[in-house]
Design a protein around this ligand. Sequence first.
Ligand code: COA
Length: 219
Amino acid sequence: MRILIVGAGGHAQVVADALQCASKAGSIGQPIGYLDDNPTITGELRLGLPVLGTIDRVSAIEHDALVIAIGNNHIRSKLYKQFQQQGESFATVCHPRATIAHNVTLGPGVVIFAGVIVNTGSRIGANTILNTACTIDHHNWIGDHVHIGPGVHLGGDVQIGTGTLVGIGATVMPQRQVGTWSTVGAAALVYYDVPDQVTVIGMPAQISNHYNPKRLSTQ
Ligand SMILES: CC(C)(COP(=O)(O)OP(=O)(O)OC[C@H]1O[C@@H](n2cnc3c(N)ncnc32)[C@H](O)[C@@H]1OP(=O)(O)O)[C@@H](O)C(=O)NCCC(=O)NCCS
């Protein structure tokens, strides 16, 4: 199966590496190259794979599935909906050194990096990133277009709403609910439930009034 990687930045290269490791370990998916909206990098090689052109070239390049390898949840979600309307298929990428329990549900386009552990009964929504060495305990419900950052720990029965970013090293206590399109700041401890569309920081995590929404847009 030929997989096209949308994006060619740092995150996309970790996705390429996960695909290459999975392929060496016997997975049928093979990355064939990247698409990126920076036209000046077309033709460059990254991890031995070419940047094949800009994102609008997708239908001109033969492939079986694609994966959207862009960290920003808003951009990734927008592209996912656009490609879905175009009838594209989405690959699920799972590094061979991630540990996923047998009865976990993974949506299309999910990306799982090295060292991740997902425990029994959890559901991971479409187009979601489980970044390096995060742990998702039992019976979690993770929405679509979510990013669980590196080293995050989610207790059992946690819910994370659509589009939310849980920042690097944060911890969510068991049975807590985090709303949609929110941001949990790096290293925060989610002790209280988090509503939709807010940023929380600290220990215990509380809504931050002085964050900078313009910078947040790049996450
Ligand atoms: C919380 C967050 C979204 C705020 O981003 P921002 O709006 O650009 O915030 P700023 O950097 O302007 O900082 C605003 C204030 O919040 C503080 N702050 C920022 N992040 C914080 C955090 N995680 N915990 C505690 N305080 C934090 C800053 O020190 C600053 O305080 P000051 O005004 O007293 O100096 C961001 O810092 C963060 O933690 N993002 C997570 C990113 C991440 O882990 N991504 C995954 C990548 S793989």
